[in-house]
Every structure is written in structure tokens, then in C-alpha cells.
Design a protein around this ligand. Structure first.
Ligand code: NDP
Length: 491
């Protein structure tokens, strides 16, 4: 019996008993068998979440008490960290050590939101009338659908679940069908921590099937989604009929600008990390290198040398530096993307094909790839590959670097390298992206907001704003000396 759906405080099989096998991207072995929800299961989960929210049980807990629950979840995650990291590594194919880093980030996320629970919420407003008290209060927003991607499965779900719990929302989690195991483990911990039944629910299955009700159903108040732009557009259209609140964390095509006066050695090393970490399957990957013409040859030559030496391997390969792509379908899509780039005029300098090592034959391994001779009108510069593919463009002036860096529909993140602090600050300010790194690329902290400008999304996760997404704001005006309004004549 496979009972991995969590609905109304109970672990259940799919109502038709259907299961789904999860395959390792490293060698296609079956790493888990999980329940695959039916439409009836989804509706049951929505009903359970709605009932628990409307009962007022969890919403009546103080922020402090809900913060304490979230702190307890962090403690339990710490206890089970390596077991969860193993599941994450099995599902995604990423190295076990990287999955351990991810779990550490998940724990920090829960601790951050736990601490926000202990803070004062709401405020008084001085309305200038002595006998009126005016209060702004923060209330839980309602029932939320929390839909996550496969690249950082637990982390992206944690960014939603932790604030939803502190806010007092009830919710249904739906991880990607490719990577469900860590969400199941998290839900077991949420249960063990003492979360009231019906508050947290878990649905598994392909988004195109089980996702529809999670965005259409009128009993859902908020959809918080992390994933691709096209799915985000579908969700936005569907949410319009019932004016749902939306939090969307979508893709990115992130500019990484290197000026000639930068610390070139550090810039190159970070450029390699930015583009090829987790084989480019990172929403904020710095896959769009924009380099000042005078240092182009030096920078690109060294990046190509380094990219060609990156060692690929599976979860337990100690010599590996990064892993496979998530699926065969994704491998095909990255392959087609590079072929199209070359047909468009990009110069392929390294990679551009599947690894042909015998030990990679059963996995979805694609070589780190550098495409030179690119410009902003090209598909490969405008569209995300979500694979290990760096495009290179050149610039001759600060203004041109900014113009190129902003010439994208996305606006998630970007980096700028220069030893001139004023110039770097000007460029950081001019770039229309949600996170900018100066002389660095990639770090983030749960205390700092994360999210996109333009088509990279709506709203913010993490920081204090990441909690606000799950709160309604109410103004309560109390007149302590009631009197007639006197507006209309009383005839
Ligand atoms: P998808 O958009 O394909 O899927 C994301 C999630 O949505 C999955 O759980 C998927 O389910 C589900 N889904 C798919 N179709 C629907 C639907 N019609 N209704 C409801 N849910 C649906 O993205 P990927 O998983 O491929 O993730 C990669 C994308 O995510 C990239 O574009 C990346 O940039 C972005 N991303 C953004 C981040 C950010 O912080 N801005 C962070 C991480 C990733 P299933 O997989 O089971 O079909």
C-alpha cells in the first residue's frame, strides 16, 4: 500500500489506488513509488483546508504560538536532515552534499519565519480624533495552494510553507511529480510538530492534471507558485475568474556584467559557478555573460577552459562537481536550445552535447556549454535554457552594459563586477532585476526579500515581505464616543 497523500490529518492512498514511480536522473533507477492523486483527492484536500481555516482553530493561535510551531519544525528538520537530503538527492540527481546544503537553507528559512512570529504585528494609526482608536491588524489570508518546482524542491516549498504557517493560513502543497519525496518528509514533520489537522495537506501528481483545481477552485484564496513563465501565465489567467491573490516566482535570464577594471580572476571563477552550479538548473543562474570588449578574449578563454574541466557525476560521486539534468525531456529541450542558438549564429566554444562517458550513459548528463558571439535579439539570449548553457555578449560602455542587461522580459537577478564602487553602484541601481550582486554572484539570505521584476514574477518571498504575502490587512476604526454623522438633513 502506498499512502503518501496527506489530507485532513491522515495519510491516504490515491482514491483509485494509482501510484507513480520516481526515477533517478542519474541512472533511471526507481527511487520511490508514491501515490498519484485523483481529482477527487484534490477536492478533498481543498475541502479539508477550507474547513480547517473556517473553523478558526489555527487562526486563533497567536503569531507567537504559530512561530513556536515553525521553530519546532526547524528542530525536527535538523534531526532528520541527512535522511531528507538523501531523498532530495535521489529525486533530483544532485550530489548528496548539495542536498545537505539545501536542507541547511530550509532550516534557516523555518528559523527566520519562526522569529518573525515573535515580532509585533499590526500598528495603531493616529487619525487625529481623540475618541477614535484606529488599528491596522494582520490576519491570515485564507486557504493557499503552494506549488513548487523540481530544481530545489524542498527549499522552494519551504519558502511558502513556513510563512503560511506563521500567518495562520491553511494550505495544500503540490511539489513537482518529478521530486515528491522531500515534501512527503516535510509533511510528516509538520504533522509530528502538532499542526492541527486539515491545516497542511499534500497532493501529488502532474501539475497539468492535479494543478487545475488548485488554481481554479473558488475555495482557494491564494496561489503561491514557483515555476516556469508559461505555467505562471496559465495560473494568472485561471486565477482571474475568482480574483485570487497571486505570488509568482518565475524564470530568469540573468545578466552577469564584467567590467575591464574588475578583479578578473574572481569574476571568472564566479561566472563559472553562476552558470554551471546545479548544471544551470537555477532560476537565478548567471547564464548571460556580458563582458567589456577589452577583456572579452581573456575572460572567455579562461571560462571555456574551466567549463571543459567540470566533472559530472551522480549523488555519491565524490569527484563530481555537478550532476545531471532532471529528465530526458529536459535534456532534449536543452539540446534543441543549443542547436537553435548555433543556427542563429552563436559560436559554440565548449560542450554543446550530452556527456558520452560510459558512466553517464543511463543519466541525463549535458556538458557545460559556452556560446560566444551572442546578441540581445537571439532566442538563446532572451529565453531561459534552465541548463548549463552560458551565452556571451560584449559591451563598450557603461550605458551599453546597462541597456543590454535590461533588454529582457525577465528581471530576477543580475551581477556586476567592477573595482570602481561608484560605477558598480550606478549599474546596480539601473538594472531592473529583483536581486543584484556587486562583485559576487548567487548568495541569498532568508532575511532578505527574493523575487522578480517584470515577467520574473509578482510579489516577494523571504524577508518580512515573504510573510506579508500570506496576510490580509484590516483597518479597524473604533469610535469610543459615538455621535450622529449629521451628513444628511434629518427631516
Ligand atoms: P513548471 O512551471 O513546469 O512546474 C512548476 C510546478 O507547477 C510543478 O509542480 C508542476 O507540476 C506544476 N504545474 C505544471 N503545470 C501546472 C498547471 N497547469 N497548473 C498547476 N500547476 C502546474 O516549472 P519547472 O518545475 O519546470 O521549474 C523550472 C522553472 O521554475 C524555471 O523556469 C525556473 O526559472 C523557475 N524557478 C523559479 C524560481 C524563482 O525563485 N523565481 C526558483 C526555481 C525555479 P509537475 O512538475 O508535477 O507537472
Amino acid at each position: 500500500m502506498v499512502a503518501t497523500l496527506y489530507i485532513d490529518g491522515r495519510w491516504r492512498e490515491a482514491s483509485d489506488g494509482r501510484v507513480h514511480e520516481v526515477h533517478s536522473p542519474h541512472d533511471q533507477s526507481v527511487v520511490a513509488t508514491v501515490s498519484q492523486a485523483t481529482q477527487a483527492d484534490v477536492l478533498n484536500a481543498i475541502a479539508a483546508a477550507r474547513k480547517s481555516f473556517d473553523s478558526g482553530l489555527f487562526t486563533s493561535w497567536s503569531f507567537k504560538a504559530r512561530g513556536e510551531l515553525v521553530a519546532k519544525i526547524a528542530d525536527l528538520l535538523e534531526r532528520d536532515g541527512d535522511v531528507i537530503a538523501r531523498k532530495e538527492s535521489d529525486d533530483t540527481g544532485k550530489r548528496f552534499i548539495e542536498a545537505q546544503y539545501d536542507v541547511a537553507d530550509v532550516i534557516s528559512t523555518f528559523r527566520h519565519f519562526a522569529a518573525l512570529g515573535a515580532k509585533e504585528h499590526g500598528r495603531s494609526v493616529d487619525v487625529g480624533i481623540a475618541h477614535v482608536s484606529s488599528r491596522i491588524v494582520h490576519e491570515p489570508l485564507g486557504v493557499a495552494s503552494l506549488i513548487g518546482p523540481w530544481n530545489y524542491p524542498l527549499l522552494q516549498i519551504a519558502w511558502k510553507v513556513a510563512p503560511a504557517l506563521v500567518a495562520g493560513c491553511s494550505f495544500i502543497v503540490k511539489p513537482s511529480e518529478l521530486t515528491p519525496q522531500s515534501a512527503i518528509a516535510l509533511m510528516k514533520i509538520i504533522e509530528e510538530a502538532g499542526t492541527p489537522k486539515g491545516v497542511a495537506n499534500l497532493i501529488l501528481g502532474p501539475g497539468s492534471v492535479v494543478g487545475t483545481s488548485l488554481i481554479n477552485d473558488p475555495r482557494i484564496d491564494l496561489v503561491s507558485f514557483t515555476g516556469g513563465l508559461t505555467t505562471g501565465q496559465t495560473i494568472m489567467k485561471a486565477a482571474a475568474t475568482t480574483i485570487k491573490k497571486l505570488a509568482l516566482e518565475l524564470g530568469g535570464k540573468n545578466p552577469h556584467i564584467i567590467f575591464a577594471d574588475a578583479d578578473i580572476d574572481a569574476a571568472i571563477d564566479n561566472a563559472v559557478t553562476a552558470a554551471f552550479l546545479h548544471s544551470g538548473q537555477v532560476c537565478s543562474a548567471g547564464t548571460r555573460l556580458i563582458v567589456e570588449r577589452s577583456v572579452h578574449d581573456r575572460v572567455v578563454k579562461e571560462i571555456v577552459r574551466r567549463a571543459g574541466k567540470i566533472s559530472l557525476g551522480g549523488p555519491d560521486d565524490k569527484a563530481a562537481e555537478t550532476g545531471p539534468l532532471i529528465s530526458q525531456a529536459h535534456l532534449k529541450s536543452v539540446t534543441a536550445y543549443v542547436e537553435k542558438a548555433v543556427a542563429e549564429g552563436a559560436r559554440l566554444l565548449v560542450g554543446g552535447k550530452r556527456s558520452d562517458k560510459p558512466e553517464h550513459a543511463q543519466g541525463w548528463y549535458y556538458l557545460p556549454t559556452v556560446l560566444d558571439n551572442c546578441h540581445t535579439k537571439m532566442y538563446c539570449v532572451q529565453e531561459e535554457s534552465f541548463g548549463p548553457v552560458m551565452t556571451v555578449e560584449v559591451f563598450d560602455s557603461e550605458a551599453q552594459a546597462i541597456a543590454i542587461g535590461n533588454d529582457t522580459v525577465f528581471g530576477l537577478s543580475g551581477g556586476v563586477w567592477s573595482s570602481d564602487a561608484d560605477k558598480a553602484a550606478r549599474v546596480a541601481s539601473a538594472l531592473r532585476h529583483g536581486t543584484i550582486w556587486v562583485n559576487d554572484f548567487g548568495p541569498y539570505r532568508p532575511a532578505a526579500e527574493w523575487g522578480g521584476y517584470k515577467q520574473s514574477g509578482i510579489g516577494r518571498e523571504l524577508g518580512e515581505h515573504g510573510l506579508s504575502e500570506y496576510l490580509e490587512i484590516k483597518h479597524i476604526w473604533t469610535n469610543n464616543a459615538p455621535s450622529r454623522s449629521g451628513w444628511f438633513k434629518d427631516q
